[in-house]
Design a protein around this ligand. Structure first.
Ligand SMILES: *[C@@H]1O[C@H](CO)[C@@H](O)[C@H](O)[C@H]1NC(C)=O
Ligand SMILES: *[C@@H]1O[C@H](CO)[C@@H](O)[C@H](O)[C@H]1NC(C)=O
Ligand SMILES: *[C@@H]1O[C@H](CO)[C@@H](O)[C@H](O)[C@H]1NC(C)=O
Ligand SMILES: *[C@@H]1O[C@H](CO)[C@@H](O)[C@H](O)[C@H]1NC(C)=O
Ligand SMILES: *[C@@H]1O[C@H](CO)[C@@H](O)[C@H](O)[C@H]1NC(C)=O
Ligand SMILES: *[C@@H]1O[C@H](CO)[C@@H](O)[C@H](O)[C@H]1NC(C)=O
Ligand SMILES: *[C@@H]1O[C@H](CO)[C@@H](O)[C@H](O)[C@H]1NC(C)=O
Length: 278
């Protein structure tokens, strides 16, 4: 063999190596600004173990925008990551905070545990965050109140502790659904919740909330159809502002320590009522 052919073979081998790694890099770069989205997804994959093999399809044979559970916009940025009921059992990677175009994150009904990462507070476009039916623990990070586009904040049926951020109702002003039920939240129901004028569902059931309900709750919430605060340690009289919730269908305030009278004309105040539990 002449030196030239050896050199040529080496060169072509090098080219081959280069081109195959280039294609991976190009595919990764295809998703998101300089591959930042792909890197975040790979960090998510590494932390969220399990998944009945769904994450095995997250490989370089196709770009991240075609991975199961991932949806991109026309700029190849990741806008949705949805893997509900996929048997994931690890933790939620803080790298998700880098998916700056993300609008939907739905990981409901998995076995994910650990903290809800504070980095999610960087997702200014996030409209839907559903982490319900997992075993997330720790306190609700104040950073979530930076997700000012949130419409659906659904964190029910975890083991979250601590207080509900006091300013939640003044920062997440677009909320339609606030689901914090079946956790271990303590402290008061923040008065700011009364400022959630687009709210339709308020689920705080089965926590350890205490004190009286704020006088603000209900007077400026015309769209609320479900109010479920049963199974807490709430006390005092139900504020009369509640009787302004004229769209209410489901009203459950049972298993608390409320006292006082229910107005005799409650049927007139809640003309659409289907479920009443006191
Ligand atoms: C890579 O993903 C594709 C589907 O996107 C799948 O058919 C293939 O089996 C995966 N490869 C590995 C090694 O898991
Ligand atoms: C987010 O992206 C930046 C820049 O690519 C990187 O330095 C950082 O480590 C990423 N953050 C996380 C939590 O992965
Ligand atoms: C999350 O996904 C589940 C399963 O598809 C769905 O039932 C639920 O409505 C989704 N959550 C939100 C807030 O859309
Ligand atoms: C929490 O939010 C603040 C303000 O938006 C931000 O500077 C900080 O980086 C966030 N924390 C994390 C861990 O991303
Ligand atoms: C409460 O949450 C736990 C943990 O996610 C779940 O197993 C249980 O089914 C939930 N109970 C109700 C009544 O939603
Ligand atoms: C509700 O919003 C108004 C107007 O922004 C504000 O003045 C008030 O302090 C808020 N109430 C609570 C309890 O946060
Ligand atoms: C109920 O709503 C009416 C009209 O919006 C308002 O004048 C009244 O103050 C409200 N009552 C309570 C108790 O908030």
């Amino acid at each position: 063999m002449t030196t030239t052919t050896v050199a040529m073979r080496r060169a072509s081998l090098l080219l081959l190596l280069l081109s195959s790694s280039m294609s991976v890099i190009l595919q990764l770069a295809a998703a998101g600004a300089d591959g930042q989205d792909a890197a975040a997804l790979l960090a998510f994959k590494a932390a969220a173990v399990g998944g009945y093999g769904v994450l095995a399809s997250w490989n370089a044979s196709a770009g991240p925008c075609s991975w199961e559970g991932v949806r991109c916009n026309r700029h190849q940025r990741v806008v949705a990551l949805s893997l509900p009921s996929h048997g994931l059992s690890g933790t939620l990677s803080p790298a998700l905070g880098n998916l700056s175009s993300l609008r939907t994150l739905n990981m409901s009904s998995n076995g994910l545990h650990g903290d809800i990462p504070a980095s999610l507070g960087r997702l200014r476009r996030l409209g839907t965050l559903d982490l319900s039916f997992n075993t997330f623990s720790g306190e609700l990070t104040d950073n979530l109140t930076s997700c000012t586009s949130l419409q659906y904040l659904v964190l029910g049926s975890n083991i979250l502790t601590g207080r509900i951020p006091a300013d939640l109702g003044d920062t997440l002003t677009r909320l339609q659904w606030l689901g914090l039920g079946n956790n271990s939240f303590t402290g008061f129901v923040p008065a700011s919740l009364g400022n959630l004028t687009s709210l339709q569902v308020l689920d705080l059931r089965m926590n350890m909330l205490e004190g009286t309900l704020p006088q603000e709750l209900g007077s400026n919430m015309p769209q609320v159809r479900s109010l479920d605060i049963c199974g807490n340690n709430l006390q005092g009289a139900l504020p009369s502002s509640l009787y302004n919730l004229s769209s209410l269908k489901n009203f459950d305030v049972g298993n608390n320590n409320f006292h006082g009278r229910i107005p005799a004309d409650i049927g007139e105040k809640f003309p659409q009522l289907q479920l009443l539990s006191l």
